[in-house]
Write a protein that binds this ligand. Structure first.
Ligand code: ADP
Ligand code: MG
Length: 228
C-alpha cells in the first residue's frame, strides 16, 4: 500500500464556528494505481489534496505514505516528503515565468542537492519523456497551455516521486491539450507511476482506472469501477 488514509477529519475554524470539511475519509491506494477523486466545487477536493500532499494536516485520523506515519513528522521532514515522494501538478501550472522549461524542471533537483551537470541531464530527460525535447530553452510565455502543463508534469516527475498528485490538471486547458495531458498520465501510469488525479469533470475522471467520489466531504466508491 502506497497511501493509506484512515478516518480523516478536517475542520476549519471560522470565528466561533467549526466547519467540518472532510468527514471520516478512508482511502487506500496501491502502488501503480491510477485513481481519480471526483466531486463538485466546494466538496473538499483541494482540502484532501493538501492533506495527501503533506501541505496541511488533518484535524484527526491517520495518514501513511510509503509506509511512513505522516502525522509524526515535523515540518522539515514533511518538506522532505514533498520533495522526494510527491510530484505536484496544479491547474495553473505554477511555473516560474523567468526561467526556461529546463530550469523549471531542474528546480526540484536544486533543492535535492544534485550537481548542475546531472540536473541538466535529468531535466532534459524528463522533458523528453513528456515530448518537449524541442522546447527545452523556451520560457513559459513562449509555450501553449498544454505545453506548460507538460513542463509542470516533467518537473513533478524529475525526482522520481512515489505518487503523481494532480489537482484539476486540465482545468485551464482546451479539449485538445486536455487530451494530450490525459494521454501523458496514461503513459506514465503504464510505466508504473501511481497517479492520483483530482477533478470535478467526470469526462476527465473516466480516464482513470478507479474513480472515487467526494461529496460534501465524504468519500464513496463503487466496487469495480473501470473506465472501459
Ligand atoms: P474543492 O476543491 O472541492 O472545491 P475545497 O477543499 O477548496 O473544495 O473547499 C471545501 C470547503 O472547505 C468549502 O466549503 C470551503 O469554503 C471550505 N474551506 C476551504 N479552505 C478553507 C479555509 N482555509 N478556511 C475555511 N474554510 C475553508
Ligand atoms: Mg479545488
Amino acid at each position: 500500500m502506497i497511501l493509506k488514509l484512515e478516518h480523516i477529519y478536517k475542520d476549519y475554524i471560522q470565528g466561533k464556528m467549526t466547519v467540518p470539511v472532510l468527514k471520516d475519509v478512508c482511502l487506500n491506494v496501491e502502488k501503480g494505481e491510477y485513481v481519480a477523486i471526483m466531486g463538485p466545487s466546494g466538496s473538499g477536493k483541494s482540502t484532501l489534496m493538501n492533506i495527501v500532499g503533506c501541505l496541511d494536516r488533518p484535524t484527526s485520523g491517520s495518514y501513511e505514505l510509503s509506509g511512513r506515519d505522516i502525522q509524526s513528522l515535523n515540518e522539515k521532514q514533511l518538506a522532505e516528503v514533498r520533495l522526494h515522494s510527491i510530484g505536484f501538478v496544479f491547474q495553473n501550472f505554477q511555473l516560474l515565468p523567468r526561467m526556461t522549461a529546463l530550469d523549471n524542471v531542474a528546480l526540484p533537483l536544486v533543492y535535492s542537492g544534485v550537481r548542475k551537470k546531472t540536473r541538466r541531464e535529468q531535466a532534459k530527460a524528463a522533458l523528453t519523456r513528456v515530448g518537449l525535447e524541442d522546447r527545452v530553452m523556451f520560457k513559459p510565455t513562449q509555450l501553449s497551455g498544454g505545453q506548460k502543463q507538460r513542463v509542470a508534469i516533467a518537473r513533478a516527475m524529475v525526482n522520481r516521486p512515489d505518487i503523481l498528485l494532480a489537482d484539476e490538471p486540465t482545468g485551464a486547458l482546451d479539449s485538445k491539450s486536455s487530451k494530450q495531458v490525459m494521454e501523458l498520465f496514461q503513459k506514465l501510469n503504464d510505466e508504473g507511476v501511481t497517479v492520483i488525479m483530482i477533478t470535478h469533470d467526470s469526462g476527465i475522471a473516466h480516464h482513470a482506472k478507479r474513480i472515487v467520489t467526494i461529496f460534501d466531504g465524504e468519500l464513496s466508491e463503487q466496487e469495480g469501477t473501470v473506465s472501459e
